[in-house]
Write a protein that binds this ligand. Structure first.
Ligand SMILES: Cc1cc2nc3c(=O)[nH]c(=O)nc-3n(C[C@H](O)[C@H](O)[C@H](O)COP(=O)(O)OP(=O)(O)OC[C@H]3O[C@@H](n4cnc5c(N)ncnc54)[C@H](O)[C@@H]3O)c2cc1C
Length: 419
Protein backbone atom coordinates (compact mmCIF):
# COMPACT_ATOMS: atom_id res chain seq x y z
CA UNK A 1 0.00 0.00 0.00
CA UNK A 2 1.27 3.46 -0.93
CA UNK A 3 2.04 5.64 2.13
CA UNK A 4 2.07 9.45 2.03
CA UNK A 5 2.86 11.87 4.86
CA UNK A 6 1.57 15.47 4.97
CA UNK A 7 0.42 17.88 7.69
CA UNK A 8 -3.23 18.15 6.61
CA UNK A 9 -5.63 16.07 4.54
CA UNK A 10 -8.85 17.58 3.21
CA UNK A 11 -11.68 15.23 2.28
CA UNK A 12 -13.57 16.77 -0.65
CA UNK A 13 -12.49 19.20 -3.35
CA UNK A 14 -15.64 21.31 -3.53
CA UNK A 15 -15.73 25.00 -2.69
CA UNK A 16 -15.19 24.23 1.02
CA UNK A 17 -12.20 21.93 0.56
CA UNK A 18 -10.49 24.20 -1.97
CA UNK A 19 -10.87 27.37 0.16
CA UNK A 20 -9.60 25.64 3.32
CA UNK A 21 -6.66 24.11 1.42
CA UNK A 22 -5.63 27.47 -0.05
CA UNK A 23 -5.66 29.11 3.38
CA UNK A 24 -3.53 26.32 4.86
CA UNK A 25 -1.03 26.18 1.97
CA UNK A 26 -0.62 29.97 1.99
CA UNK A 27 0.76 29.69 5.53
CA UNK A 28 3.33 27.16 4.35
CA UNK A 29 1.77 23.95 5.69
CA UNK A 30 1.74 20.83 3.54
CA UNK A 31 -1.77 19.89 2.47
CA UNK A 32 -3.43 17.27 0.29
CA UNK A 33 -6.98 17.27 -1.11
CA UNK A 34 -8.65 13.94 -1.85
CA UNK A 35 -11.65 14.22 -4.18
CA UNK A 36 -13.92 11.35 -5.22
CA UNK A 37 -14.89 12.82 -8.60
CA UNK A 38 -12.55 13.21 -11.55
CA UNK A 39 -12.36 17.01 -11.17
CA UNK A 40 -12.31 19.56 -8.36
CA UNK A 41 -15.32 21.84 -7.82
CA UNK A 42 -17.95 19.61 -6.20
CA UNK A 43 -21.60 20.44 -6.73
CA UNK A 44 -20.65 23.75 -8.41
CA UNK A 45 -19.73 21.85 -11.58
CA UNK A 46 -23.34 20.95 -12.31
CA UNK A 47 -24.84 24.35 -11.35
CA UNK A 48 -24.58 26.10 -14.70
CA UNK A 49 -27.02 28.86 -13.69
CA UNK A 50 -25.66 32.17 -12.45
CA UNK A 51 -26.02 33.65 -8.96
CA UNK A 52 -22.72 32.54 -7.47
CA UNK A 53 -20.07 34.82 -6.02
CA UNK A 54 -22.05 38.03 -5.47
CA UNK A 55 -20.58 38.42 -1.98
CA UNK A 56 -17.16 36.86 -2.53
CA UNK A 57 -16.21 38.28 -5.94
CA UNK A 58 -18.87 41.04 -6.28
CA UNK A 59 -19.73 39.43 -9.60
CA UNK A 60 -22.49 37.12 -10.72
CA UNK A 61 -20.82 33.89 -11.81
CA UNK A 62 -22.08 30.45 -12.80
CA UNK A 63 -21.15 27.49 -10.59
CA UNK A 64 -18.35 26.24 -12.90
CA UNK A 65 -16.96 29.80 -13.17
CA UNK A 66 -16.88 30.10 -9.38
CA UNK A 67 -15.21 26.68 -9.14
CA UNK A 68 -12.65 27.68 -11.77
CA UNK A 69 -11.60 30.72 -9.72
CA UNK A 70 -10.69 28.41 -6.84
CA UNK A 71 -9.17 25.72 -9.04
CA UNK A 72 -6.83 28.41 -10.39
CA UNK A 73 -5.97 29.50 -6.85
CA UNK A 74 -5.15 25.97 -5.64
CA UNK A 75 -3.20 25.18 -8.79
CA UNK A 76 -0.91 28.14 -8.02
CA UNK A 77 -0.16 26.78 -4.55
CA UNK A 78 1.84 23.71 -3.47
CA UNK A 79 -1.28 21.61 -2.81
CA UNK A 80 -1.32 17.89 -3.67
CA UNK A 81 -4.53 16.94 -5.39
CA UNK A 82 -5.82 13.39 -5.74
CA UNK A 83 -8.97 13.13 -7.87
CA UNK A 84 -10.98 9.99 -8.56
CA UNK A 85 -10.05 8.89 -5.03
CA UNK A 86 -12.48 8.16 -2.15
CA UNK A 87 -11.66 8.41 1.55
CA UNK A 88 -13.12 5.46 3.42
CA UNK A 89 -11.76 5.78 6.94
CA UNK A 90 -9.98 8.00 9.43
CA UNK A 91 -8.06 6.21 12.16
CA UNK A 92 -7.36 8.61 15.04
CA UNK A 93 -4.01 7.76 16.65
CA UNK A 94 -4.07 10.86 18.93
CA UNK A 95 -0.74 12.41 17.85
CA UNK A 96 -1.50 11.77 14.18
CA UNK A 97 -4.25 10.38 11.97
CA UNK A 98 -4.12 7.63 9.39
CA UNK A 99 -6.55 8.28 6.55
CA UNK A 100 -7.36 5.45 4.16
CA UNK A 101 -8.44 6.13 0.60
CA UNK A 102 -8.64 4.21 -2.65
CA UNK A 103 -8.77 4.90 -6.35
CA UNK A 104 -8.72 2.68 -9.41
CA UNK A 105 -5.29 3.99 -10.48
CA UNK A 106 -3.54 4.16 -7.06
CA UNK A 107 -5.28 1.29 -5.24
CA UNK A 108 -5.33 1.72 -1.43
CA UNK A 109 -3.37 4.68 -0.07
CA UNK A 110 -2.55 5.46 3.56
CA UNK A 111 -2.06 9.13 4.45
CA UNK A 112 -0.38 10.04 7.74
CA UNK A 113 -1.44 13.55 8.79
CA UNK A 114 -1.71 15.80 11.85
CA UNK A 115 -5.11 17.25 10.97
CA UNK A 116 -8.09 16.40 8.78
CA UNK A 117 -10.69 18.77 7.33
CA UNK A 118 -14.09 17.23 6.62
CA UNK A 119 -15.43 18.95 3.47
CA UNK A 120 -17.57 16.19 1.93
CA UNK A 121 -20.65 18.32 1.20
CA UNK A 122 -24.14 16.87 1.46
CA UNK A 123 -26.47 14.42 -0.28
CA UNK A 124 -30.10 14.61 -1.27
CA UNK A 125 -33.02 13.17 0.66
CA UNK A 126 -34.98 10.75 -1.52
CA UNK A 127 -38.40 9.16 -1.80
CA UNK A 128 -37.71 6.81 1.12
CA UNK A 129 -37.23 9.85 3.36
CA UNK A 130 -40.68 11.29 2.60
CA UNK A 131 -42.61 8.01 2.38
CA UNK A 132 -44.90 8.87 -0.57
CA UNK A 133 -47.26 5.91 -1.25
CA UNK A 134 -47.68 4.31 -4.67
CA UNK A 135 -45.83 1.89 -6.91
CA UNK A 136 -42.15 2.25 -7.80
CA UNK A 137 -42.12 3.20 -11.47
CA UNK A 138 -39.15 4.77 -13.21
CA UNK A 139 -39.33 8.52 -13.66
CA UNK A 140 -38.77 9.49 -10.01
CA UNK A 141 -35.48 11.40 -9.66
CA UNK A 142 -33.91 13.59 -7.05
CA UNK A 143 -33.60 17.14 -8.40
CA UNK A 144 -29.81 17.12 -8.10
CA UNK A 145 -29.56 13.92 -10.13
CA UNK A 146 -31.83 15.44 -12.77
CA UNK A 147 -29.59 18.52 -12.77
CA UNK A 148 -26.57 16.37 -13.39
CA UNK A 149 -28.34 14.46 -16.19
CA UNK A 150 -29.32 17.67 -17.98
CA UNK A 151 -26.25 19.83 -17.35
CA UNK A 152 -23.45 17.29 -17.52
CA UNK A 153 -24.76 14.27 -19.44
CA UNK A 154 -27.05 16.21 -21.84
CA UNK A 155 -30.10 14.03 -21.07
CA UNK A 156 -33.65 15.25 -20.37
CA UNK A 157 -35.28 13.14 -17.64
CA UNK A 158 -38.88 13.60 -18.89
CA UNK A 159 -41.39 15.70 -20.80
CA UNK A 160 -44.10 16.44 -18.23
CA UNK A 161 -42.80 17.04 -14.74
CA UNK A 162 -44.03 17.70 -11.24
CA UNK A 163 -41.55 18.84 -8.62
CA UNK A 164 -41.94 17.97 -4.94
CA UNK A 165 -40.39 20.53 -2.62
CA UNK A 166 -39.60 24.17 -3.23
CA UNK A 167 -35.94 24.05 -2.18
CA UNK A 168 -33.47 25.88 -4.39
CA UNK A 169 -32.46 22.86 -6.44
CA UNK A 170 -36.10 22.10 -7.28
CA UNK A 171 -36.75 25.72 -8.25
CA UNK A 172 -33.65 25.88 -10.41
CA UNK A 173 -34.60 22.63 -12.11
CA UNK A 174 -38.13 23.94 -12.80
CA UNK A 175 -36.54 26.70 -14.87
CA UNK A 176 -33.87 24.47 -16.39
CA UNK A 177 -36.41 21.87 -17.55
CA UNK A 178 -38.64 24.61 -19.00
CA UNK A 179 -35.65 25.91 -20.96
CA UNK A 180 -34.95 22.48 -22.44
CA UNK A 181 -38.59 22.12 -23.54
CA UNK A 182 -40.14 20.06 -20.74
CA UNK A 183 -43.54 21.04 -19.38
CA UNK A 184 -43.24 21.72 -15.65
CA UNK A 185 -46.78 21.29 -14.32
CA UNK A 186 -46.36 22.35 -10.71
CA UNK A 187 -44.14 22.63 -7.66
CA UNK A 188 -45.69 21.12 -4.54
CA UNK A 189 -44.53 22.26 -1.09
CA UNK A 190 -45.67 20.77 2.22
CA UNK A 191 -44.87 23.94 4.20
CA UNK A 192 -47.02 27.07 4.06
CA UNK A 193 -43.97 29.01 2.82
CA UNK A 194 -41.36 28.31 0.10
CA UNK A 195 -38.22 26.41 1.11
CA UNK A 196 -35.95 28.19 -1.37
CA UNK A 197 -34.60 31.70 -1.78
CA UNK A 198 -37.11 34.39 -2.78
CA UNK A 199 -35.03 35.32 -5.84
CA UNK A 200 -35.39 31.75 -7.11
CA UNK A 201 -39.20 31.76 -6.63
CA UNK A 202 -39.38 34.89 -8.78
CA UNK A 203 -36.84 33.95 -11.46
CA UNK A 204 -37.58 30.22 -11.73
CA UNK A 205 -41.33 29.91 -11.12
CA UNK A 206 -43.11 33.25 -11.51
CA UNK A 207 -41.24 34.14 -14.72
CA UNK A 208 -42.31 30.81 -16.24
CA UNK A 209 -45.90 30.77 -14.89
CA UNK A 210 -45.24 27.57 -12.98
CA UNK A 211 -47.76 27.17 -10.15
CA UNK A 212 -46.45 26.72 -6.60
CA UNK A 213 -48.86 24.80 -4.36
CA UNK A 214 -47.94 25.66 -0.76
CA UNK A 215 -49.33 23.46 2.07
CA UNK A 216 -49.85 20.58 -0.39
CA UNK A 217 -48.38 17.10 -0.65
CA UNK A 218 -48.02 14.50 -3.39
CA UNK A 219 -50.30 11.89 -1.83
CA UNK A 220 -49.97 9.14 -4.47
CA UNK A 221 -47.75 8.21 -7.40
CA UNK A 222 -49.36 6.32 -10.34
CA UNK A 223 -47.67 4.20 -13.00
CA UNK A 224 -46.32 0.69 -13.44
CA UNK A 225 -43.21 0.93 -15.62
CA UNK A 226 -43.05 4.73 -15.82
CA UNK A 227 -44.70 7.48 -13.75
CA UNK A 228 -48.12 8.34 -15.26
CA UNK A 229 -49.42 10.90 -12.80
CA UNK A 230 -49.66 12.04 -9.21
CA UNK A 231 -52.40 12.96 -6.75
CA UNK A 232 -51.92 16.22 -4.92
CA UNK A 233 -53.71 16.88 -1.64
CA UNK A 234 -53.95 20.16 0.27
CA UNK A 235 -53.19 20.38 3.97
CA UNK A 236 -55.58 22.38 6.07
CA UNK A 237 -54.09 23.28 9.47
CA UNK A 238 -51.48 20.61 8.75
CA UNK A 239 -54.09 17.86 8.14
CA UNK A 240 -54.72 16.25 4.74
CA UNK A 241 -58.00 17.26 3.09
CA UNK A 242 -58.58 14.24 0.75
CA UNK A 243 -61.84 15.57 -0.74
CA UNK A 244 -59.85 18.40 -2.31
CA UNK A 245 -57.28 16.04 -3.87
CA UNK A 246 -56.56 16.72 -7.56
CA UNK A 247 -54.65 14.75 -10.17
CA UNK A 248 -51.87 15.83 -12.54
CA UNK A 249 -50.74 13.68 -15.46
CA UNK A 250 -46.95 13.58 -15.67
CA UNK A 251 -44.13 11.23 -16.67
CA UNK A 252 -41.54 12.56 -14.22
CA UNK A 253 -41.46 13.41 -10.55
CA UNK A 254 -38.50 15.35 -9.21
CA UNK A 255 -37.81 15.34 -5.49
CA UNK A 256 -36.26 18.41 -3.95
CA UNK A 257 -36.95 17.52 -0.36
CA UNK A 258 -33.82 18.57 1.40
CA UNK A 259 -30.12 17.94 1.73
CA UNK A 260 -28.34 16.06 4.48
CA UNK A 261 -24.66 16.57 5.39
CA UNK A 262 -22.68 13.52 4.26
CA UNK A 263 -21.09 12.24 7.45
CA UNK A 264 -20.61 8.48 7.10
CA UNK A 265 -16.81 8.83 7.26
CA UNK A 266 -17.07 11.32 10.15
CA UNK A 267 -19.26 9.00 12.24
CA UNK A 268 -16.87 6.08 11.77
CA UNK A 269 -14.09 8.34 13.12
CA UNK A 270 -16.07 8.97 16.32
CA UNK A 271 -17.19 12.50 15.40
CA UNK A 272 -20.33 13.54 17.29
CA UNK A 273 -23.14 14.62 14.94
CA UNK A 274 -25.48 17.45 15.97
CA UNK A 275 -29.20 16.56 15.99
CA UNK A 276 -30.00 20.05 14.79
CA UNK A 277 -27.73 20.38 11.75
CA UNK A 278 -27.03 16.67 11.01
CA UNK A 279 -23.42 17.86 10.65
CA UNK A 280 -20.60 17.54 13.19
CA UNK A 281 -20.93 19.45 16.45
CA UNK A 282 -17.99 21.87 16.40
CA UNK A 283 -16.36 24.34 18.76
CA UNK A 284 -15.45 27.97 18.05
CA UNK A 285 -12.42 26.75 16.04
CA UNK A 286 -14.67 24.54 13.84
CA UNK A 287 -12.96 21.55 15.44
CA UNK A 288 -15.06 18.45 16.19
CA UNK A 289 -14.93 16.46 19.42
CA UNK A 290 -12.04 14.47 17.86
CA UNK A 291 -8.97 16.64 18.30
CA UNK A 292 -7.43 17.60 14.96
CA UNK A 293 -10.57 16.87 12.90
CA UNK A 294 -12.22 20.05 11.59
CA UNK A 295 -15.33 20.57 9.41
CA UNK A 296 -16.60 23.25 7.04
CA UNK A 297 -19.05 23.79 4.19
CA UNK A 298 -22.14 21.69 3.53
CA UNK A 299 -20.85 18.74 5.52
CA UNK A 300 -21.08 20.97 8.61
CA UNK A 301 -24.51 22.47 7.84
CA UNK A 302 -26.35 23.01 4.56
CA UNK A 303 -25.60 26.52 3.26
CA UNK A 304 -27.74 28.44 0.79
CA UNK A 305 -24.92 30.42 -0.82
CA UNK A 306 -21.46 29.26 -1.84
CA UNK A 307 -19.99 32.61 -0.73
CA UNK A 308 -20.74 31.67 2.90
CA UNK A 309 -19.21 28.21 2.36
CA UNK A 310 -16.02 29.89 1.17
CA UNK A 311 -15.99 32.38 4.05
CA UNK A 312 -16.47 29.63 6.65
CA UNK A 313 -13.86 27.40 5.01
CA UNK A 314 -11.20 30.13 4.92
CA UNK A 315 -11.78 30.58 8.66
CA UNK A 316 -11.57 26.80 9.08
CA UNK A 317 -8.22 26.82 7.26
CA UNK A 318 -6.91 29.53 9.58
CA UNK A 319 -8.03 27.53 12.66
CA UNK A 320 -6.17 24.49 11.26
CA UNK A 321 -3.06 26.69 10.88
CA UNK A 322 -3.34 27.80 14.52
CA UNK A 323 -3.75 24.15 15.57
CA UNK A 324 -0.63 23.10 13.66
CA UNK A 325 1.30 25.99 15.19
CA UNK A 326 0.10 25.13 18.74
CA UNK A 327 -1.85 28.41 19.00
CA UNK A 328 -5.40 27.07 19.17
CA UNK A 329 -7.68 29.57 20.90
CA UNK A 330 -8.37 28.85 24.57
CA UNK A 331 -11.48 28.07 26.63
CA UNK A 332 -14.68 27.16 24.87
CA UNK A 333 -18.14 28.04 26.16
CA UNK A 334 -21.60 26.75 25.19
CA UNK A 335 -23.82 28.26 22.52
CA UNK A 336 -27.55 27.52 22.42
CA UNK A 337 -30.25 28.12 19.81
CA UNK A 338 -32.76 30.48 21.45
CA UNK A 339 -36.38 31.28 20.61
CA UNK A 340 -37.45 30.68 17.01
CA UNK A 341 -34.00 29.45 15.95
CA UNK A 342 -33.86 25.97 14.38
CA UNK A 343 -30.10 25.61 14.65
CA UNK A 344 -26.92 27.49 15.31
CA UNK A 345 -23.36 26.58 14.46
CA UNK A 346 -20.65 26.51 15.85
CA UNK A 347 -21.93 25.07 19.11
CA UNK A 348 -19.22 26.69 21.22
CA UNK A 349 -17.47 30.05 21.36
CA UNK A 350 -14.22 31.47 22.66
CA UNK A 351 -13.51 34.87 24.15
CA UNK A 352 -9.94 34.88 22.74
CA UNK A 353 -11.08 35.86 19.25
CA UNK A 354 -14.12 37.21 17.41
CA UNK A 355 -16.84 34.64 16.77
CA UNK A 356 -19.05 34.13 13.75
CA UNK A 357 -22.26 32.12 13.92
CA UNK A 358 -24.64 30.89 11.26
CA UNK A 359 -28.23 30.19 12.17
CA UNK A 360 -31.60 29.40 10.63
CA UNK A 361 -34.94 30.80 11.61
CA UNK A 362 -37.99 28.68 12.38
CA UNK A 363 -40.32 31.55 11.55
CA UNK A 364 -41.23 33.73 8.57
CA UNK A 365 -41.32 37.36 9.63
CA UNK A 366 -40.62 40.91 8.52
CA UNK A 367 -38.84 43.20 10.98
CA UNK A 368 -37.72 40.47 13.39
CA UNK A 369 -35.02 41.10 15.97
CA UNK A 370 -31.95 39.00 16.62
CA UNK A 371 -31.27 38.88 20.35
CA UNK A 372 -28.00 37.63 21.83
CA UNK A 373 -27.83 36.94 25.56
CA UNK A 374 -24.89 35.88 27.67
CA UNK A 375 -25.89 34.11 30.89
CA UNK A 376 -29.37 35.60 30.58
CA UNK A 377 -28.14 39.19 30.03
CA UNK A 378 -28.89 40.73 26.65
CA UNK A 379 -25.68 41.87 24.92
CA UNK A 380 -26.79 42.44 21.31
CA UNK A 381 -30.12 43.29 19.69
CA UNK A 382 -30.15 43.66 15.91
CA UNK A 383 -32.99 44.33 13.44
CA UNK A 384 -33.53 41.76 10.67
CA UNK A 385 -35.48 43.08 7.69
CA UNK A 386 -36.94 39.66 6.94
CA UNK A 387 -36.33 36.17 8.28
CA UNK A 388 -37.45 32.80 6.89
CA UNK A 389 -36.15 29.24 7.30
CA UNK A 390 -34.62 29.07 3.82
CA UNK A 391 -32.37 32.12 4.31
CA UNK A 392 -29.35 31.63 6.54
CA UNK A 393 -28.58 34.39 9.07
CA UNK A 394 -25.09 35.26 10.21
CA UNK A 395 -24.08 36.95 13.46
CA UNK A 396 -20.66 38.19 14.48
CA UNK A 397 -19.71 38.76 18.11
CA UNK A 398 -16.52 40.58 19.00
CA UNK A 399 -14.17 39.07 21.58
CA UNK A 400 -13.97 42.41 23.44
CA UNK A 401 -17.71 42.45 24.02
CA UNK A 402 -17.63 38.91 25.41
CA UNK A 403 -14.65 39.64 27.66
CA UNK A 404 -16.11 42.90 28.97
CA UNK A 405 -19.36 41.13 29.87
CA UNK A 406 -17.50 38.69 32.11
CA UNK A 407 -17.34 34.94 31.68
CA UNK A 408 -17.19 31.95 33.99
CA UNK A 409 -16.68 28.30 33.09
CA UNK A 410 -20.45 27.70 32.89
CA UNK A 411 -21.13 30.75 30.70
CA UNK A 412 -23.70 30.23 27.98
CA UNK A 413 -24.51 32.28 24.93
CA UNK A 414 -28.01 32.15 23.52
CA UNK A 415 -29.05 33.55 20.15
CA UNK A 416 -32.76 33.87 19.41
CA UNK A 417 -35.20 35.71 17.17
CA UNK A 418 -37.87 37.89 18.71
CA UNK A 419 -41.10 37.48 16.77
C1 LIG B 1 -28.26 22.41 -6.92
C2 LIG B 1 -27.62 23.50 -6.13
C3 LIG B 1 -27.80 24.82 -6.53
C4 LIG B 1 -27.14 25.84 -5.85
N1 LIG B 1 -27.29 27.13 -6.27
C5 LIG B 1 -26.57 28.12 -5.68
C6 LIG B 1 -26.61 29.49 -6.17
O1 LIG B 1 -27.34 29.82 -7.11
N2 LIG B 1 -25.81 30.41 -5.59
C7 LIG B 1 -24.99 30.07 -4.55
O2 LIG B 1 -24.25 30.94 -4.05
N3 LIG B 1 -24.97 28.81 -4.03
C8 LIG B 1 -25.73 27.83 -4.57
N4 LIG B 1 -25.67 26.53 -4.07
C9 LIG B 1 -24.91 26.28 -2.83
C10 LIG B 1 -23.41 26.04 -3.03
O3 LIG B 1 -23.10 25.75 -4.35
C11 LIG B 1 -22.97 24.89 -2.15
O4 LIG B 1 -23.41 25.16 -0.85
C12 LIG B 1 -21.43 24.71 -2.11
O5 LIG B 1 -20.90 24.66 -3.40
C13 LIG B 1 -21.09 23.46 -1.31
O6 LIG B 1 -19.70 23.28 -1.27
P1 LIG B 1 -19.04 22.08 -0.44
O7 LIG B 1 -17.61 22.09 -0.79
O8 LIG B 1 -19.41 22.17 0.99
O9 LIG B 1 -19.75 20.75 -0.98
P2 LIG B 1 -19.66 20.06 -2.41
O10 LIG B 1 -19.61 21.03 -3.50
O11 LIG B 1 -20.78 19.07 -2.42
O12 LIG B 1 -18.25 19.30 -2.38
C14 LIG B 1 -18.02 18.16 -1.61
C15 LIG B 1 -17.05 17.29 -2.35
O13 LIG B 1 -16.64 16.23 -1.52
C16 LIG B 1 -16.45 15.07 -2.32
N5 LIG B 1 -16.53 13.89 -1.42
C17 LIG B 1 -17.57 13.50 -0.65
N6 LIG B 1 -17.25 12.41 0.05
C18 LIG B 1 -15.97 12.10 -0.28
C19 LIG B 1 -15.08 11.06 0.13
N7 LIG B 1 -15.43 10.12 1.02
N8 LIG B 1 -13.85 11.04 -0.42
C20 LIG B 1 -13.46 11.98 -1.33
N9 LIG B 1 -14.27 12.99 -1.74
C21 LIG B 1 -15.50 13.04 -1.21
C22 LIG B 1 -17.60 15.15 -3.31
O14 LIG B 1 -17.33 14.39 -4.47
C23 LIG B 1 -17.66 16.64 -3.60
O15 LIG B 1 -16.91 17.02 -4.72
C24 LIG B 1 -26.34 25.52 -4.73
C25 LIG B 1 -26.21 24.19 -4.30
C26 LIG B 1 -26.85 23.20 -4.98
C27 LIG B 1 -26.72 21.77 -4.47
Amino acid sequence: MKKIEREVLIIGGGSAGMAAAAEIAEKGHSVVIVERESTMGGILNQCIHNGFGLHRFKEELTGPEYAERYVNIINELPIDQYTGMTVTEIDDQKDFKLVYAFSSHEGMVEFKVKAVVLAMGCRERNRGNIGTPGSRPSGVFTAGLAQRLVNIDGLIPGKKCVIVGSGDIGLIMARRLSWVGADVQAVVEIQPYPAGLTRNIVQCLNDFNIPLHLSHIVSKIYGKDRVEGVDITPLIDGIEAPVQTFHIDCDTLLLSVGLVPDNEVSKKAGVIISNQTSGPAVDGNLMTNVEGIFACGNVLHVHDLVDFVTEESIRCGSYVNSYLEGKTKGSQYSVMAGANVRYITPNKFTSDSDNKFYLRSMIVKNQAELVVSLDGREIIRKKQKHVQPSEMISCEIKADLLKSTGLNEKSRLEIGLKS
